[in-house]
Design a protein around this ligand. Structure first.
Ligand code: AMP
Length: 397
């Protein structure tokens, strides 16, 4: 109902909120164009349907108005390459020039609007600003899942100017289908693998997942808060002393809900946070002083693999070790490989959250899992069970 699939774009100017917030190096070269590539099918759909396209996005965090460093002009040549056609550029996302360009667009034209965040009104969700943007297009498409958790002018507020012409693009629809498949009606057994550095940043997700999963695998830096809470000695490992009670509470809740909580039983410890550190295998309950756990050990890789490979639905967020350093990437790689094996056997696997996506890309396995989410914070909030403004804006009245 809200998707672009059956919409008639003939003669329509589609204003598409995309997520072109791509990483750039010092030479303003794009270092990862995943988000741009993801938007291409939606753009093509409008163009082949006889419409024209206005693209709007933010890039980085400009502090005070226009700043050449954050201009979307940097990505224009690559966008043209991806689309295989010329793209015009409007150096102001609202105002006279954007309006004139939009008004004189021809079928098949694509215009890229300058960074939305050059206006403070964007993040403030200013209605007048949203109204000015809305003047540019006949139909509004939200295809920026990465900002769906923000009630910004272009991601949510603008919806009120399009009561009958607001649609999800393919990226949004794909994300929603993927997450709903995992969170609403998972084929069982359903296993979630949560990693990353801290319990504190994952607590709401873990709590929500406890009511849904059959198995919850916890890895990464948060392991040691759990081990300490259970009476272990964790040496110099990452440990949130003020979250020990929370860890015990999670263990208790998992028991109450019949969730199989799987923690690491073997860890790779290092005498420094460095790829050149000395390492050895240890019991995470008994780590010597001056040593820290930076990855899971081989026995834990097997333990995790057994659970993952027997699963029919898998959600993975967060690396189980400091995968950025090759010496501590083995555990995260093993998790990724187990997920691939489960997927080959018919499981639905969804990978989300910045670091696990970076990891799966690093291992070259992204196309061997069912779905890789492009939205970090948005995905996590959706998994937490929150309503996302960018989704509500379209699904709501
Ligand atoms: P997060 O942003 O919370 O998902 O955390 C991701 C980060 O956690 C990555 O940069 C990893 O290097 C880091 N990480 C994973 N395992 C550990 C560990 N055992 N100790 C310290 N950091 C870790």
């Amino acid at each position: 109902m809200y998707t672009i699939e059956n919409y008639n774009f003939k003669g329509k100017r589609a204003l598409i909120r995309v997520d072109f917030n791509v990483p750039l190096n010092e030479k303003f070269e794009i270092t990862d164009d995943t988000r741009m590539r993801a938007a291409v099918p939606t753009i093509k759909k409008v163009l082949t349907g006889g419409g024209s396209v206005l693209l709007m996005s933010h890039l980085g965090r400009p502090k005070d108005g226009p700043d050449a460093k954050f201009s979307l002009k940097h990505i224009l040549p690559h966008l043209e390459k991806l689309l295989g056609q010329q793209v015009k550029f409007a150096d102001d996302c609202i105002g006279e020039s954007a309006r004139t360009q939009a008004a004189t667009m021809q079928v098949g034209d694509v215009i890229l609007l300058e960074n939305l965040r050059f206006y403070k009104e964007e993040e403030k969700g200013d209605e007048a600003f949203a109204g000015k943007l809305a003047k540019l297009g006949d139909v509004w498409i939200n295809d920026a899942f990465g900002t769906a958790h923000r009630a910004h002018a272009s991601t949510a507020v603008i919806a009120k100017f399009y009561p009958d012409a607001k649609l999800f693009g393919y990226v949004m629809q794909g994300e929603l289908d993927g997450v709903d498949r995992v969170m609403k009606n998972p084929v069982r057994p359903f296993t979630a693998i949560m990693g990353g550095s801290k319990v504190s940043s994952k607590i709401d997700i873990i709590t929500n997942l406890l009511g849904k999963v059959d198995n919850l695998i916890l890895g990464g830096g948060m392991t040691y808060t759990f081990k300490k809470a259970l009476g272990g000695h964790v040496g110099a490992s990452l440990c949130e002393e003020d979250k020990l009670h929370l860890a015990l509470d999670i263990i208790k809740k998992a028991k109450e809900k019949g969730v199989n909580l799987v923690l690491s039983n073997q860890t790779l410890i290092a005498d420094a946070f460095s790829n050149d550190a000395n390492t050895k295998i240890a019991d995470p309950m008994d780590i010597p002083d001056g040593w820290e756990g930076l990855d899971i050990g081989p026995e834990t890789m097997e333990r995790f693999a057994e659970v993952i490979e027997a699963s029919k639905t898998i959600l993975w967020n967060g690396p189980v070790g400091v995968f950025e350093m090759p010496k501590f990437a083995e555990g995260t790689k093993a998790v990724a490989e187990s997920i691939v094996k489960a997927t080959e056997k018919g499981a639905f696997s969804l990978i989300g959250g910045g670091d696990s996506v970076a990891a799966i890309n690093q291992f070259g396995l992204a196309d061997k899992v069912s779905y890789v989410s492009t939205g970090g914070g948005a995905l996590l909030e959706y998994i937490e069970g929150k309503e996302l403004p960018g989704i509500e804006a379209i699904r709501g009245k």
